[in-house]
Design a protein around this ligand. Sequence first.
Ligand code: UT7
Length: 323
Amino acid sequence: MTVYSKIVGTGSYLPERVVTNRELEKSVDTTDAWIRERTGICERRIAAEDEYTLDLAEKASRRALEAANLDADEIDLIVVATTTADQIFPSTACLLQSRLRIKGCPAFDVQAVCTGFVYALGVADKFIATGAAKKALVVGAETFSRIIDWTDRNTCVLFGDGSGAVILEASDTPGVMSTHLHADGDYADYLHVPQGVSNAHAEVAAGRAYVEMNGSGVFRMAVTTLCRIADETLRHNKIDKQELDWLVPHQANIRIITATAKKLDLPMDRVIVTVDKHGNTSAASIPLALDEGVRSGKIRRGDLLMIEGFGGGFTWGSALIRY
Ligand code: UT7
């Protein structure tokens, strides 16, 4: 019998501090009107100085566990998608395991930048489909504000901090119907933080510890690639786009989101949009949007959802989910 993974709980968390476009006008040469028009972003949340990715991940996870009506010790797999781990090691997933007092289960991070949550969901889904796990905690958590140059108007207006989580449970009905994961490392330079660990001393990377982006290059690739992967997902499942109830996209730019929705013939009231309030929270953006869709009562049990994301790497991916 085929085993599927089913989302049985969602949770999310946003730091308290709201930073509006007007506030950014004071520190960089930008305007509220430009940011709204070019990105759809009105405000974003920024973590407090003593608040870290692990704190965000823990809050979203506890809310997802509560929604699933599960105790933490029932979880037998933890996958955290993040680009902004608190430590080089241990992984955020191991630190989260300890916070939640879970013992012994596998716990690891996945790094695929803005596509991180889709990758993490794809990996956890395969653990469940093969019987290696029964109840998985899958998290996207980011403090992107820590890798932003706040004097660079090309990037600082775009990003925010936050976290989202889902609990996946083995089920004999779908659930996650398919996941589609891709990457093309030839585009590494389009969107990157050059400084890492092994090259921190090297002239080419030292001091370049912030996001650098070829915005219009990323934009063009994101639109064409997301439209292509939407097609791939529908074709794979032999379903027509009319059958989709919701698009839950990565929230980078409202113009990218509307282009994908148009391709799917979905009216915008069938698309979960949070980019206006959250900005781009990288790996956290899809589970944040999903939790908002569920808690607002828009997304209901039995609805058919497509999630999709695109980010640094380049990486991109999608999933078709019967909620
Ligand atoms: O999560 C996945 C990764 N990220 C993305 O998907 C982001 C993809 N890219 C984008 O969303 C858009 O390309 C941006 C929002 C980053 C930029 O929008 P754009 O329409 O592609 O603008 P542009 O880069 O072509 O720049 C247009 C102008 C430039 O001025 P000139 O050269 O025309 O005089 C920029 O210098 O806008 C200028 N500009 C700004 N002006 C005011 C760039 N950033 C700002 C700003 N405020 N913050």
